[in-house]
Write a protein that binds this ligand. Structure first.
Ligand code: 5AD
Ligand code: SF4
Length: 473
């Protein structure tokens, strides 16, 4: 009998991609996707550990399944991803009815472990080695992921895909749990990456976003040659069908000139760079062990802007880091005002057991202060984003149409009608406009007539007999 799978994913792009792989793998073995949790035989939570709140949400969701599992003891409940790797047996202690715990480096074992559970072997766990649990080669192998299984139906759209070029992280920023949960940094072999991109192109994918925790640190050495991210972009640009290339997340210190030149010179490469600075205070950056100063970051930003015409640069910030004073925060505020990022993701510091911070410093900024700093910075960034959007008024932008907008989806607009559609520019700006659903998956020109901080509103531009008309596609 066909088994039904329900999977819920939180966290970063890595998790979205991991879920796609798990679904592809289980589908190959006869599983079908269930629409909701109640209809599923296997329920998987793909989890995140970056902040405590994400973990609390997962444990609450598990808590709500306690009585469900009592009523349906045959249903399998699994916790996979970063929280599984970090908490390991603790997941079973906190939710004893969980059947399966699998870290991000062990996801390929899920089918086999599900068979063991079905065969009566009881709860199963598969996690990777800790960073000090043996020879480096063994640790690395235990974190390797299984990437070539692609399932277009599991992607947000079939014409956009993530492609992992790197696993893990070796930067060890003192606040971050990722080097523990995803293990040592490892670049994937370029041949594998290019072969996977070809598979994606054959599946109709037009936009590929290369992902890695520090994607621009990517390096792969073999037979005396070293491949860098810039080299990969050159090779990937040559694949027919692929029309846009993006990459996230960048590490400021590794933003080399060869990469900036590649972004400038390769037409398929989006001039969009997510390069988190995290703080505007050198004292805080030093305590975070980010490995650069505000001056270094400024120099990098100048280089980006001197090399690439009209780049979209975005950042992440942590407010309320251990020992962050008003003066430190003011420096961050001033840096946001100065750098004028296209947008920023702002996070309240969350102490993560097992990180250097948790060991060395007290989480001493009160919650209300973190909240206020978060709001102040967000308000400033929103004002900047809105001002930045203004220059698109009356301009035309190139949009890859992703699908109906949230509004159209909620209204249940009929696919035959003109509906409100949404898509993105090469610079990752969201554009909303009315159009025919047959435009979904196309790259089109949209004229902008209204803007908000994070969205451009426009109308489809149609070329007809040398004359330009505004129409609804
Ligand atoms: N607390 C708050 N934010 C964090 N991030 C990483 N670790 C933490 C933490 N312990 C943020 C950083 C990173 C983003 C993905 O999450 O800003 O760039
Ligand atoms: Fe975490 Fe720093 Fe690595 Fe990013 S670079 S994943 S913040 S340790």
């Amino acid at each position: 009998m066909t088994k039904r799978l329900y999977i819920e994913t939180v966290g970063c792009q890595m998790n979205v991609l991991d879920s796609e792989m798990v679904v592809a793998d289980l589908r190959k073995r006869g599983y079908e996707l269930a629409r909701d949790l109640a209809a599923a035989d296997v329920i998987l939570f793909n989890t995140c550990s970056v902040r405590e709140q994400a973990e609390n949400k997962t444990y609450s969701a598990l808590g709500r399944l306690r009585s469900f599992k009592k009523q349906h003891p045959d249903k399998v409940i699994g916790v996979i991803g970063c929280m599984a790797q970090k908490d390991q047996q603790l997941v079973f202690s906190r939710a004893p009815y969980v059947d399966l715990v699998v870290g991000p480096g062990q996801l390929a074992r899920i089918p086999e472990l599900l068979d063991d559970i079905a065969g009566g072997k009881g709860p199963q766990i598969a996690v990777s080695l800790g960073r000090k649990d043996g020879p480096t080669a063994d640790i690395k192998r235990s974190h390797e992921t299984f990437d070539p299984l692609r399932d277009p139906t599991m992607r947000p759209t079939p014409f956009q895909a993530y492609l992992r070029i790197q696993i893990g992280c070796d930067k060890f920023c003192t606040y971050c749990i990722v080097p523990t949960t995803r293990g040592p940094e490892q670049g994937r072999p370029p041949e594998q990456i290019i072969a996977e991109a070809r598979v994606l192109a054959d599946q109709g994918c037009k936009e590929i976003t290369l992902i890695g925790q520090t994607v621009n640190s990517y390096k792969y050495s073999s037979g005396g040659t070293t491949t860098r991210l810039s080299d990969l972009l050159v090779s990937l640009s040559q694949i027919d069908g692929i029309q846009r290339l993006k990459f996230v997340t960048n590490y400021p210190k590794d933003m080399t000139d060869d990469l900036l030149t590649a972004v400038r010179d390769l037409p398929k490469c989006s001039p969009y760079l997510h390069v988190p600075v995290q703080s505007g205070s050198n004292e805080i950056l030093a305590r975070m062990k980010r490995g650069y100063t505000v001056e270094d970051y400024r120099e990098m930003l100048d280089r980006i802007r001197a090399t690439i015409p009209d780049p979209a640069v975005t950042s992440d910030f942590i407010v309320g880091f251990c020992g962050e004073t008003e003066d430190d925060f003011q420096k961050t505020y001033d840096l946001v005002a100065e750098c004028r990022f296209k947008n920023s993701f702002i996070f309240k510091y969350s102490e993560r057991p097992g990180t250097k911070d948790a060991e060395l410093y007290a989480d001493d900024v009160p919650f209300e202060v973190k909240n206020r700093r978060n709001n102040e910075l967000l308000e400033l960034q929103n004002r900047i984003s809105e001002q930045d959007s203004q220059r698109f008024l009356g301009e035309r932008v190139e949009v890859l149409v992703e699908g109906p907008s949230d509004r159209a989806r909620h209204r249940g607009e009929d696919a035959g009608d003109i509906v409100q559609l949404t898509g993105r520019t090469p610079c990752d700006r969201i554009v909303v406009f009315d159009g025919n659903p047959r435009l979904i998956g196309e790259i089109i020109s949209v004229a902008i007539y209204e803007v908000s901080p994070h969205t451009l509103f426009g109308a489809v531009v149609t070329q007809e007999a040398g004359q330009t008309l505004l129409s609804v596609g």
